[in-house]
Design a protein around this ligand. Sequence first.
Ligand SMILES: NC(=O)c1ccc[n+]([C@@H]2O[C@H](COP(=O)([O-])OP(=O)(O)OC[C@H]3O[C@@H](n4cnc5c(N)ncnc54)[C@H](O)[C@@H]3O)[C@@H](O)[C@H]2O)c1
Length: 463
Amino acid sequence: MAKKTHSSLKKSTSEAMVYSSDPTTLLSRIRSQDIVIGVVGLGYVGLPLAVEFAMKGIRTIGIDIDNRKISALQQGHNYIQDISSENVAQCIANKTLSATTDFSVCGECDVIYICVPTPFTPNKEPDISHIVHSTEEVAKYLRDGHIVILKSTTFPGTTTKYVQPILERMGKKAGKDYYLAFSPERIDPGNTTWHTGNTPIVVGGVSASCTALSVAVNELIIDKVIAVSTPEVAEMEKLLENIFRSVNIALVNELAQLCDRIGVNIWEVVEAASTKPFGFMPFFPGPGIGGHCILIDPYYLSWMAREVDFVTNFITLAAEVNESMPFYVRSMIEREIARQPVTMEKAKILLLGMAFKRDVDDLRHSPALKVAELLLEDGMKNVSYYDPYIPETEIHGKKVKSEKKLTPQMLEKFDIAVITTDHTSFDYEMIVKHSKVVIDTRNACKKVKGAKKKVRLLGEGKK
Ligand SMILES: NC(=O)c1ccc[n+]([C@@H]2O[C@H](COP(=O)([O-])OP(=O)(O)OC[C@H]3O[C@@H](n4cnc5c(N)ncnc54)[C@H](O)[C@@H]3O)[C@@H](O)[C@H]2O)c1
C-alpha cells in the first residue's frame, strides 16, 4: 500500500489506507499539492507532463510498457528532445519523478493521466487498443478518490463509452467514488514559444465534480484551463483543431498544384494574402503531412461519423489532397531526372530532412519517408538522406543510415537534392551552391541569393 500518508487519509483497523472520495477534501489536497500524480504512457505527451509536475515538487510516477524508456528514466536519462535533460536527471535524483512498468503503483497515485498512442489500422480505422489496455490495467487498482484524466486524442464518446465502462467493472461510479475527465493535449514538439505550462488546455468531465477536480489538477501546472460541459465536447474540440489544420493545409496544397500549372507563385500569393489583418491565417504547401496527429486524427472522426450515416466530406477531401503530395513530389523529382543525362536507375537522389516537420526527431508518417519509398518503388537505386535528428531509419524494411554530415563534397555526389524537411540547422546557402539541382518543397531557399537558377520550388509556377 501507499508509503506516503496524506493528512486526509485514515488508517483502518487492518492498517490499509482508506482514501476519501469527498470532492471538497480532494480539492483542498490538490490545492495544497498533497497528491501523487501518475502518468501512463511516457512518450512525447506523457513525459513532458510528468516532468512538469515533478518540477513543481509534486511526487510523480510514470508508467510505461516500454522497458527501454523506463530503464532510461530510472538512470536519469531523457529521450524526449523538447524537455531539458537536466530537469529529468534532477527529478529522478531527488525522487520527485520515478518510472516503472508496474501498474500496481496506480494505487499510490491520486491522479492518473492516460497518454498512450492512438494510431490507425492499415485501413485507416481508429485503433484505441492502447487506451483499452492501459485502462484495463488502471481499473485493477481503481480506488475511491482516484481522478483519471484521458489525454490521448480520440473520437467523441471514447471516455464515456469505452474508458468509463472498463473503470466501472468493479462497481465504482464516476462522480461519486472516483472522477473521470477527458483533457486533450496541445503540445507542439519543436515549438519554443508554446509549451505545456503556457498553452491553455480544455477539460470536460463526466460530471461537474469530475470537471472541477480535473481543472484543479491541471491548474497546478498550466496557466489557463478551460472547462467544457462534457468529455465529448473536449474530444471533439481536439479533433476540430487538427482537422482545421488538415483542411487548410490541403487547400493550400491543392492551390500550389494549380499555381504550378498557371505560372503563379503560391508562396507569394500566401504572403500577399497574409497582409490582411483579419479573417486570414497563412498555411503553407509542402510534401504532405505527417506525425501522430494531423494525419491520423481526422480519420477518427470520419470513422465515427459513419456510425450515424454521416460522411465527413471535408476530412476525406483534405486527406486525399494531403496524401497525394508525396506523389506530386515524386513527379517533380522524376521530371527533373528526365532533364538530366542520367537514368532513373542511376540517378543519385538526396533527401534533406526525414523527420515529419522542422527541428523534430519524430519520423511517424513522415512524408519524406513516403517520398523515399515511392522513389524506390519506381526502380531508383540510389536514394539517400541526411537528417541530423534521424541517424537511422527503415525504408521498405531495409535499414538506411543518414549521410554523416552536410558538406559541399557530400552534396556534390548527388544529381538532385530534395528539401523535404526545412530544419533550421541546414545551411541553405551551401545546399544551393553545391547541389546540381535542388527541389525545394518547403520554400526553404527563399533567402538564398541566386537560388532561382538551381532551385525548383514546389508551387512556384515556373512554366
Ligand atoms: N506527439 C504530439 O505532438 C501530440 C500532441 C497532441 C496530442 N497527442 C496525442 O497524445 C497521445 C500520445 O501521443 P505521443 O506522441 O505521446 O505517443 P508516444 O508514442 O510518443 O508515447 C506513447 C507512450 O505510451 C506507451 N504505451 C503504449 N501502450 C501502453 C500501455 N498499454 N500502457 C502503458 N503505456 C503504453 C508507449 O510505450 C509510449 O511510450 C496520442 O493520442 C496523440 O494523438 C500527441
